[in-house]
Design a protein around this ligand. Structure first.
Ligand code: NAG
Ligand code: NAG
Ligand code: NAG
Ligand code: NAG
Length: 208
């Protein structure tokens, strides 16, 4: 109703993906990391569009030369970024019992290995082991959107389409998105699992 002078779009809910261009992901964009001495099918399944990733606290790291905590993770490969505005989207499910597990991260930064880590502790999502991002996430699907504005050095996290957290990044680097389960340094449950579906990688504006 243009003559009323009311902008009807004000009544529409803005979506975190507005203004972003989807980059279609191919199978090869999903690189799996899992304990190096265990076959993938013992820690990962893909059925009906759902990636299920799990790991145990006493599993080996993903690489025999690594001293990191055990992980089973999808690494989005072939879409490294170092400037611009990038977004990861996916629907996640974490079963009750999984705790001290990083379920999503941006790898790479000017300082340290990661730009952001989102961990589930007792059903709540934290930024690393502090900053509370969302609560009561066990046993239900929730939508995760992480927007990284590298040029402005800013990060935003949305859960179910609502902004829950904003933080400065740790400086530019060669970055990429990951999701799955990766044991925190402490306070981890023996069994860790997350499920993911409809994973998307998007970029703001025109993709060249
Ligand atoms: C998770 O499981 C524990 C132990 O069975 C139970 O006490 C708790 O209420 C459960 N939490 C949720 C959110 O379902
Ligand atoms: C997210 O949305 C789903 C589907 O509407 C709902 O089941 C779930 O409880 C929501 N989770 C949170 C944390 O709001
Ligand atoms: C992506 O960046 C990582 C470092 O964060 C690097 O090891 C890897 O080779 C890069 N991949 C591509 C395809 O450029
Ligand atoms: C582990 O949990 C204990 C007890 O809740 C807490 O005091 C400690 O800070 C936690 N450690 C880490 C590294 O999260």
């Amino acid at each position: 109703m243009e003559h009323s002078g009311i902008n009807l779009s004000l009544f529409c809910v803005a979506d975190p993906t507005d203004g972003f261009t989807n980059i279609p992901l191919k199978d090869w964009n999903f690189e799996l990391q899992k304990p190096y001495d265990i076959p993938l099918e013992e820690r990962y399944s893909f059925q009906n569009g759902v990636h299920k990733l799990w790991v145990c606290a006493d599993d080996k790291p993903h690489d025999p030369n690594s001293h990191t905590q055990p992980r089973t993770e999808i690494r989005i490969t072939g879409l490294n970024y170092s400037s611009g505005v990038w977004q990861f989207e996916g629907y996640a499910f974490v079963p009750n019992g999984t705790s001290g597990a990083t379920i999503a991260q941006i790898h790479g930064s000017a300082k340290g290995a990661t730009t952001i880590i989102l961990r589930i502790y007792n059903g709540d999502m934290r930024y690393y082991s502090y900053g509370l991002t969302a609560k009561n996430l066990y046993d239900k699907w929730f939508r995760v959107n992480i927007i990284h504005n590298v040029d402005k050095g800013k990060l935003k996290v949305f859960i179910n389409g609502t902004k829950r957290f904003g933080v400065k990044d740790k400086g530019p680097g060669e970055m990429y998105f990951k999701c799955g389960v990766y044991g925190a340094p402490a306070n981890i449950s023996y069994y860790m699992e997350s499920r993911w579906k409809d994973i998307k990688n998007t970029q703001e504006g025109q993709v060249n």
